[in-house]
Write a protein that binds this ligand. Structure first.
Ligand code: SF4
Length: 340
């Protein structure tokens, strides 16, 4: 039995991996990628089955951000040309939710730029969430099981930056189910990515999300210049944080950002990273989000063999993506179901 096979057996038997086994996953050679994917796929099947969770977002407030995250086109420190606008109306959020739910998204995220949002903006987002959740309750009550009139529901999530526990509790009362806040990378590397706030600030928000009793979605971004050790430390921090779902993003360098010339990750390297995360977080929902189309190209469908059980569909914050119809066709071709 080779080393990778022994590590995979341990994961499949729910045993803890040793540090040197964890390191092995991030340092494995390209020749081992086929084996890594083979085992990651088995782990995904055992812990998450064959249904894929789709999520969609609305960029509800764009640009003009005071923070200097080097990858971000919405930072006021970047020269990137992005649309800037204040928070959209509750009815626009509601309309985007309806479209996302009808296209098969299981989760819909309201995302705003900025380190955090004002109480006024929290109230506006809360208004939209209230309407979405009361409509969803009515639809559930009226649902007849008629396949020609499917029940259109998606979990409502928000990503509004650093919020206080009071703001989070208010949104939960409005019907919010999940909150998204990334840690992006390892604690060691984070200051090279952002200087205007700290890793500790991010962790503080994650604690508040948990204290408010909301589900937590927390992941990060690769291709920022981080080392394999940073990637492992990032994965281990996530394991400790214990989020419900983990979005993985792969840098799509936008002209005008500080990382506009960052060398792209290869498609095979990305697949290896997704697989390593599946080994370390075997029972978590792992979604592939930003940078999928541009970095993986023809290998997009391989993300599921690498262990992912979710993906963002229908476009990103400031860059376009594939249509949900194309993504659903890909899943059907792979014999995978869209999670309902
Ligand atoms: S990632 Fe968020 S906090 Fe950082 S610059 Fe972009 S919008 Fe601002």
């Amino acid at each position: 039995m080779n080393k990778l096979c022994k590590i995979a057996e341990k994961v499949l038997n729910c045993e803890e991996l040793k540090r040197e086994e964890l390191e092995y996953l991030f340092l494995s050679k390209d020749e081992e990628l086929d084996d890594l994917l083979y085992w990651a796929n088995k782990i995904r099947k055992k812990f998450k089955g064959d249904s894929v969770k789709l999520c969609s977002i609305i960029n509800a407030k764009s640009g003009m951000c005071s923070e200097d995250c080097r990858f971000c086109a919405q930072s006021a420190h970047s020269r990137a040309e992005v649309k800037s606008y204040p928070l959209v109306s509750p009815s626009e959020i509601y309309g985007a939710y309806e479209r996302a739910a009808r296209s098969g998204a299981l989760c819909f995220g309201v995302v705003t730029s900025g380190r955090g949002v004002s109480d006024e903006d929290v109230a506006r987002v809360g208004e939209a969430i209230k309407k979405i959740s009361s409509d969803a309750d009515t639809a559930q009550k009226e649902y007849t099981g008629d396949a020609s009139r499917p029940l259109v529901r998606a979990k409502i999530s928000a990503s509004l930056g650093e919020l206080t526990i009071e703001q989070l509790a208010f949104l939960k009362e409005c019907g919010l189910k999940k909150y998204h806040h990334n840690i992006e990378t390892s604690e060691r590397f984070f200051p090279s990515v952002c200087a205007t706030h700290t890793y500790a600030d991010r962790i503080k928000t994650l604690r508040a999300v948990k204290s408010a009793g909301l589900e937590l979605c927390c992941g990060g971004l690769f291709g920022l210049g981080e080392t394999p050790r940073d990637r492992l430390d990032f994965a281990l921090t996530l394991k400790k944080i214990n989020p419900d779902s983990v979005p993985l993003n792969f840098l799509n360098p936008v002209v005008g950002t500080a990382l506009e010339n960052a060398p792209p990750l290869s498609a095979r390297e990305i697949l290896g990273l997704i697989a390593a995360f599946r080994f370390i977080l075997p029972d978590k929902d792992i979604s592939v989000c930003g940078g999928r189309e541009v970095n993986l190209r023809d290998l997009q469908s391989w993300i599921f063999f690498a262990g992912a059980n979710g993906m963002m569909t229908g476009g990103y914050l400031t860059t376009p993506g594939r249509s949900s119809d194309e993504d659903k066709k890909m899943l059907a071709d792979l014999g995978l179901e869209v999670a309902q």
